[in-house]
Design a binder for this molecule. Structure first.
Ligand code: BMA
Length: 320
């Protein structure tokens, strides 16, 4: 029989998990929150780490809350959340939630994409920061509904265009379609789009949906992408974490994809919470020594980190 004989995990949950939770808000700031999860994290040019935390208040309305760290594991919450726009369109677009931030460093600035759900279904708001993520400046919404899970590549294409991965919702596919890639001359206007990875290429663990999750990382074997994968069953929707390598020149071509998740819900803080059986990544940081930190939400309730080695994840893409 030809099947992947998987003899070891490529990711290890950090023993400090969850690295941020509502309890940290209570301990550090004396504030009651309901949940903190699906947060973006990045290592700044100065070597410090910043997290943009998706935070649910007790009424489940969102705040985006900054946290700082010297090691990417122990986080200090800032005293106040980020100031967000206050205009009427923002209120309408984010009436339910704004969520699942992603941060890309490109052109000497941090570009932050945040999915928004409200009166216009899902749209993605783009912000930028030129002060090491101390503040965010709203730029624009960068899609007509319904599209989400957007991540911008950290480099432009050979012909000088920005690249993003995204997950447009396709009603004929139950709203949970494939990962796509689009191009832009200016980060605002997007097109020249290609389908990248379909649920049917992975079958069971991704059969109910897929979405790009973390900023692509360039390796000699291709652009490493991490995605979330959804499998509906009788009682739950399991969200696990997948990995693939995209062609360096034509990143809409999948060179290798792991046919098994590299992380799936097992720990109690992933199996139980506001939404059960969820590992949902929004960031990865690759250290100079090849250590990878994957930042993911557990059960839509707590913020977690899993550690691995770049070479092992590439191995999984090629051989699992
Ligand atoms: C997805 C997103 C994520 C969430 C997941 C599980 O559709 O909304 O933010 O973690 O569902 O509830």
């Amino acid at each position: 029989m030809n099947y992947a004989k998987i003899d070891r995990a490529v990711l290890t949950r950090h023993p400090s998990n969850p690295v941020l939770s509502a309890e940290h808000f209570q301990q550090q700031l004396g504030i009651k929150m309901r949940a903190v999860y699906n947060s973006a994290a990045i290592k700044l040019q100065n070597g410090k780490y910043v997290m943009l935390c998706r935070t649910n208040q007790l009424n489940h309305l969102t705040l985006l809350w900054g946290a700082d760290s010297d090691d990417g594991v122990n986080w200090q919450l800032r005293p106040e959340p980020f100031a967000m726009p206050e205009d009427d369109l923002w209120k309408r677009v984010t009436r339910s939630v704004y969520y699942d931030p992603r941060i890309t460093y490109i052109d000497g600035q941090y570009v932050v994409l945040i999915a928004c759900e409200g009166d216009q279904n899902c749209r993605v708001a783009m912000f930028r920061s030129t002060d090491d993520l101390q503040s965010l400046q709203f730029i624009n919404y960068i899609n007509a509904p319904d599209n989400r899970n957007m991540v911008i590549f950290p480099e432009k294409s050979a012909d000088g265009r920005y690249l993003r991965l995204e997950r447009p919702s396709i009603p004929a596919q139950g709203g949970k379609g494939s990962i796509w890639l689009s191009h832009s001359p200016d980060l605002i206007h997007w097109g020249d789009s290609y389908e990248v990875l379909k649920t049917s290429q992975l079958w069971n663990f991704a059969i109910s949906g897929l979405g790009p999750s973390t900023v692509p990382y360039k390796t000699s074997e291709g652009w490493l992408i991490i995605f979330h994968a959804i499998m509906n069953n009788c009682t739950t929707r399991e969200y696990s974490v997948g990995a693939a390598l995209l062609d360096l020149e034509k990143p809409w071509i999948v060179r290798h994809v792991a046919k098994h998740p590299i992380l799936f819900p097992e720990a109690p803080y992933e199996m139980q919470g506001l939404v059960e059986h969820v590992c949902f990544p929004c960031a990865k940081i690759v250290e100079p020594n090849g250590e990878v930190k994957i930042y993911y939400g557990g059960a839509d309730t707590v913020q977690c980190v899993a550690m691995g080695k770049l070479d092992d994840i590439i191995h999984a893409c090629k051989h699992w």
